[in-house]
Design a protein around this ligand. Structure first.
Ligand code: 5GP
Ligand code: MG
Ligand code: MG
Length: 187
């Protein structure tokens, strides 16, 4: 365990899955790739609230291009640890994406339902190009094919928290990604 950084909350965390150093490495790697790939484009970087907030904040600073940022909040119906397949927009964009290049920034891709839906929304609004950056992916759980252009790390099928990602709205402030102890959500 990364020692005593967040003693108040890390009791519920069983193991570190992605360390702070690994997060920083992924942010730098993806930022550099995006900088190369979007030269000369009208780029809008869209963070998906709330889980992507930490990754979004770090990643945008690693992209050396003129860009705009905006946010969307979506929810998939279901319990706190599984999703059902229906996606609902809770907060929409303020900007227009028509004719522009969109980079969607997401915390973790699980079934792929959220991102396949959001990609279609951007395309239906006339985006010129839609790319996806996700800090984490759980390929074992995929139900919808989604092309993820930039990935930080693949993780096993464990319930992850930290670096923006919650369990029941807690743990978002953990500075690394950990696996929640099953005893936390089974009780
Ligand atoms: P998908 O639509 O790909 O199934 O789900 C994507 C969303 O489900 C993620 O953005 C995240 O909010 C949530 N999610 C998926 N796996 C996990 C996980 O292990 N922990 C947490 N806290 N949320 C997850
Ligand atoms: Mg999310
Ligand atoms: Mg959540």
């Amino acid at each position: 365990m990364e020692k005593a950084r967040m003693a108040s909350i890390e009791k519920g965390v069983g193991e570190v899955l992605v360390s702070r150093e690994e997060i920083d490495e992924a942010v730098a790697r993806i930022g550099k790739a995006v900088t190369e790939d979007f030269q000369g484009e009208d780029l809008v970087v869209i963070g998906i609230l709330k889980g992507a907030v930490a990754f979004m904040a770090d990643l945008m600073q690693a992209i050396d291009l003129p860009l705009e940022i905006d946010f969307m909040a979506v929810s998939s119906y279901g319990t706190s640890t599984t999703s059902t397949g229906e996606v609902r927009i809770l907060k929409d964009l303020e900007c227009t994406v028509e004719g522009r290049s969109v980079l969607i920034v997401e915390d973790i891709i699980d079934t792929g339902i959220t991102l396949s839906y959001l990609s279609k929304v951007m395309e239906s609004r006339g985006a010129k190009r839609v790319s996806i950056a996700a800090l984490l992916t759980k390929p074992a759980r995929r139900e919808r094919a989604v092309q993820v252009d930039y990935v930080g790390y693949e993780v096993e099928d464990k319930f992850v928290v930290g670096y923006g990602i919650d369990y029941a709205e807690k743990y978002r402030n953990l500075p690394y990604v950990g696996a929640l102890k099953p005893s936390e959500y089974e009780k």
